[in-house]
Design a protein around this ligand. Structure first.
Ligand code: MD6
Ligand code: FE
Length: 196
């Protein structure tokens, strides 16, 4: 992963606070839930979404996008304006993001090595990832599952852009480094899903 794609400490403390408040507003309307993988096990990460489309998974339908929350049946809330601004600045100003996946990590949560490939109609549009709260161990590999991987610590206020060749690399979260003062990690991942 090229370091140019990792924008360290991109957010100020006040922007991090703004995102904590935005998270609280999102979960008010769209509570977090633990999707079930196609294999039948609940993910250890709790998720919710903002935007016109939300990513989810069920054993029956596998990984997919929906316009509504699985239990409330309500549309997902809007993507926070600060995240939209970061998208315009660091990805593409002319294409709107449709999905803001919100991942919530507590002690013991992890996300296995994967490629974001549930957006075939927008596979060339970059992905923007913004993290706040506890740091986490991010594992990044290459375009093949067998490519060697390396780890790096992603901290509160860091922004990652997966663009070009990096859009399709394997990545995952080995663990969140939670502590009594930072008991959770929140990650916002913005994506385009339908053809731009
Ligand atoms: C996370 N992020 O940081 C999980 N995917 O909690 C991702 O899975 C991810 O950070 C695509 C692009 C950037 C990411
Ligand atoms: Fe991902």
């Amino acid at each position: 992963m090229s370091l140019a794609r990792l924008l360290r400490a991109r957010l100020s403390e006040s922007q991090i606070c703004e995102l904590r408040e935005a998270f609280a507003r999102i979960v008010d309307v769209a509570p977090t839930f633990r999707p079930v993988t196609p294999g039948g096990s609940p993910m250890s990460v709790a998720i919710t979404n903002a935007g016109s489309l939300g990513w989810t998974s069920t054993q029956r339908d596998g990984y997919h996008y929906t316009t509504t929350h699985p239990t409330t049946g309500l549309p997902w809330p809007p993507i926070p304006e600060l995240l939209r601004e970061l998208w315009r600045e660091h990805t593409c100003a002319t294409i709107e993001p449709e999905c803001c996946l919100v991942n919530l990590y507590r002690a013991g949560s992890k996300l296995g090595l994967h490629v974001d490939r549930d957006e075939p109609a927008a596979a060339d549009v970059p992905i923007l990832s913004v993290s706040i709260g506890a740091p986490a161990v991010l594992r990044v590999g290459g375009r093949s599952r067998k490519s060697p991987t390396e780890t790096m610590i992603v901290r509160s206020g860091d922004v990652l852009v997966f663009a070009g060749d990096d859009r399709h690399v394997y990545h995952g979260i080995d663990r969140a480094l939670v502590s009594p003062s930072e008991p959770v990690r929140i990650n916002f991942t913005l994506r385009r899903v339908s053809k731009p």
